[in-house]
Design a protein. Sequence first.
Length: 470
Amino acid sequence: MKYIVLCLWIFWSALGPLRAQGIRFEKDSLTQVFAKAQQQNKPVFLLLSPPPAPANLPPAVRAERNKSGLNAPAVADKLNQAFLSKELVFGSAEMGAAARRYNVTTYPTYLYFGPDGNLLYRRFGNTSNEEQYLKDVAAAQQAQQDPQNLSHLAAAFQRGDRDTAVLKRYLLKRRSLRLPPEPAVLDAYARQLPAKAFYQPAEVLFILESGPVVGGSAFQLSHLSQKLIDSLYRVLPLPRRVAINNLIINTTMAQAAATKDRSTAERGANFARSTWTNDYISGARNYDRNMLAFYQNVKDTTAYLQQAVSYYERYYFNLPADSVKKALAALQAFRQRQPALLQRLDSAARRGPAGGPPPAGAPGRIVRTVAVVGPPASFLQELNNGAWAIYQTGTRNKNYLSHAVAWSKRTVDLDPAAYNNDTLAHLLYRIGFYAEAEARQQRAVELARQEKIAAAPYQQVLDQIRKRTL
């Protein structure tokens, strides 16, 4: 999710390993590091590493990509003296949780926290210039001394300070740090405003761009004048409308998952559906997609499995033959143009961070525009995601597994990539077809080597299949 119409993995141009040998990274979990930081009254430096570089890079190119100012002794000394440092590896569960919590979509990302765990400063991207990292450390230390930093504003809110100026600074500070919205703070802010404020375009727009929860106080008050809402959407540029809609959907679905409230989820999904004013089918798909993500996030396996079969069969498995043919031709052309980009994506990234569908929004309320993100033939990735998500539930129900196997077989037939064969091998093993599972996983290993991506994870699974320990 860390969800929406535009769900992007943005990979920085220098994707080499960024492990700074001179930095003393803590071995404990991030939660334990934060607890230790509070005890020692020390800030925290968190590195969210990028995925590994392609295996087929020439040595000279790899060496150049691996250069990072983060490795400079001066930077390591600064961090070791003043911070507790923690590195999270791309693809790990801890990385995924941190990425969702702190709204990270670009790697590498560097996060600096105060001793209380509140974010002070952030930056992304790799550079060989050590001065940039020294400036980052200085900026984080300066933010720690700022009387208007997030820690102070959060403390004021916890004390019961409901002054609108303070609440607005709190909301703006979270926005400047690119943190997910804080519904309780936004609702408190909206409730303090006079009624006339909700007929002022600037105030209503501020609330909308702060991500109100559908059905919450801020959302309801900001929509007191539907005429004003409609006029705003008519004059705002399309990208801004996209951002507003997606933020509202994401915030609502995140709140629903956090509270395990199906009613809130349905309100968010209905809002997503309503944004597709001229396309009923896309609206229905977005409703189903968001509800499916909700069931997955709250671990309602029964509801998830029931809805998943209907969702994937309807929207991705039973596509017309002409549509499939055109999509595959477009995919082939895309791969010929951008082979390097595709090599950067390992199986974990292609499956998606959670192995299932992210909540989805829509481009705009007034004008419908379809945004194409990533390679064509995305229905294949969706089917692979869906099959893998069925496997991840741990179900032994052969009805659900047989559907997942059918989806997975189709992805393998149309796109025999390593990660697609890997998914099919897992499902066949779960059903008990061990010989077929082994053959598929062997093929995944061979394809990984041909694709010049890391084959070791596929080989490890193959060994487990052979030993019947998967």
